[in-house]
Design a protein around this ligand. Structure first.
Ligand SMILES: [Zn+2]
Length: 427
């Protein structure tokens, strides 16, 4: 059989060594050894071959705007929202689009090939919505981009947000978002969850809400989100992003809440870089970590992914488009240090995030989309530890990014000439 691309000798995340044959935009063979012709043969011997990285929570309308018109002096979440409010009137279609496309270039270089981005729907011009719809179309050949209609300033709190959010969905935005903890009252927050879930149910759409992104233990909008998910039959199509208040909730209440989330099949998307940076800001010492209860959720069978949230924007002054940065922070904050837990963190930023986004075509299996990443690491744990170069990125059957491996040369007598910090663990 002749392939378009044959990736030889790579190590899969489960430890198997396999060749992968690509024909057109599909994986057509994965076997220990494939004898066949190929237009291009790529040697992956000794390297990890992974499904693509997936980011289920991002803000592409704000990315790369850090410092415009000023930086966030306090570093607080609420100053970030106020700063975004100052930036919004200054946005142009071209500027939003060119920053988003530049970010997508970074993403591709890091093997990040599917992104769910929230897009602010409170601006009457819906300029960012239009710009990101353009971007979604332009990057479609190499990135799966999902857009979430996100009433950043509150569905009821901001004057035209409700109407504009519905307009954005009419324009072709994929998913219904919300921000119940930012409404003026707890009751308004609950009401917004109900109305937004009803809109999603009527339109057959998925839901992904910023939910309880606060240290207030009484912020319990996730309860309403799980309840409405079951009432409206939305099981498996709803995600709660952040859920940071759960860090501070009463343990008895959480013991009742986690089974509800599990039953409703609501996915959870913590954003560890942002949560550890923005939460706990009102504390003296001890300071709370402000990330939701990930290991406990996993024990309850709740689907949990890791999201990135921000890169160089009003809320976060750093960021790299590398989901391994997200995984290593999540692993630390959640204290997921066993080998199984660390491998799980890698699975979360690849396969689990894809499942949360409903992207059934991704994964290293025959018949799936030919999208994969060759990483300069021996296994998933080493990939998290080193966050190394992505040597080759293939999206939908095309090589879209390549990097030459670069070991460091040492000039120390009696020591090796080159090193790369890889380390083989004892079996
Ligand atoms: Zn967010």
């Amino acid at each position: 059989m002749a392939f378009d691309i044959l990736v030889k000798g790579g190590t899969l995340p489960d430890g198997r060594i396999a060749d992968i044959g690509v024909s057109g935009d599909q994986i057509t063979a994965i076997e220990p050894r494939i004898e066949g012709e190929a237009v291009r043969v790529i040697d992956a011997t000794g390297n990890l071959v992974s499904p693509p990285f997936v980011d289920p929570h991002f803000h592409m309308d704000a990315t790369l705007s850090y410092g415009i018109p000023r930086i966030n002096a306090s570093g607080l979440l609420l100053e970030g929202i106020a700063l975004w409010g100052e930036l919004k009137p200054l946005l142009t279609h071209e500027a939003v689009k060119s920053r988003a496309l530049a970010y997508c270039d970074w993403a591709v270089s890091m093997g990040l090939l599917a992104i769910r981005t929230h897009v602010d729907t409170c601006d009457d011009r819906l300029l960012a919505v239009e710009a990101l719809i353009d971007v979604r179309r332009e990057v479609a050949p190499y990135i799966d981009l999902q857009l979430v209609a996100f009433p950043q300033d509150g569905l009821y709190r901001s004057p035209n947000a409700r109407e504009n959010t519905i307009r954005a969905l009419d324009m072709g935005v994929d998913i219904v978002g919300g921000i119940p903890h930012f409404e003026r009252t707890m009751a308004d927050g609950r009401r917004s969850v109900t109305e937004l879930c009803e809109i999603a149910a009527e339109r057959g759409l998925m839901v992904d809400m910023h939910c309880d992104e606060t240290d207030d233990p009484l912020s319990r909008q996730i309860e309403q989100l799980a309840y409405e998910t079951q009432r409206l039959g939305l099981q498996g199509r709803v995600a709660g992003s952040h859920l940071t208040s759960m860090h501070s909730m009463d343990n008895y209440y959480v013991s009742k809440l986690l089974p509800l989330i599990a039953e409703a099949q609501v996915s959870v998307i913590p954003n560890p870089l942002i949560n550890i940076m923005l939460q706990g800001r009102h504390d003296t010492y001890p300071k709370r970590r402000g990330m939701t209860r990930v290991p406990e959720m996993l024990k309850h069978g709740i689907r949990v992914g890791w999201g990135q949230d921000c890169v160089l924007d009003p809320w976060y002054s750093l960021g790299t488009a590398d989901m391994l940065d997200v995984a290593i922070m999540g692993l630390h904050v959640a204290q997921m240090s066993s080998p199984d837990d660390m491998r799980r963190c890698f699975d979360m930023v690849t396969n689990v995030n894809a499942a949360i986004m409903g992207l059934d075509h991704l994964g290293l299996e025959t018949g799936k989309s030919a999208s994969l990443v060759i990483i300069d690491a021996g296994d998933p744990i080493e990939a998290i530890r080193l966050r190394p170069d992505r040597l080759c990125v293939i999206s939908k059957g095309k090589v879209v990014a390549e990097k030459t491996r670069r070991d460091t040369s040492l000039s120390i007598p009696g020591r090796p000439e080159t090193i790369n910090r890889r380390h083989r663990l004892p079996n």
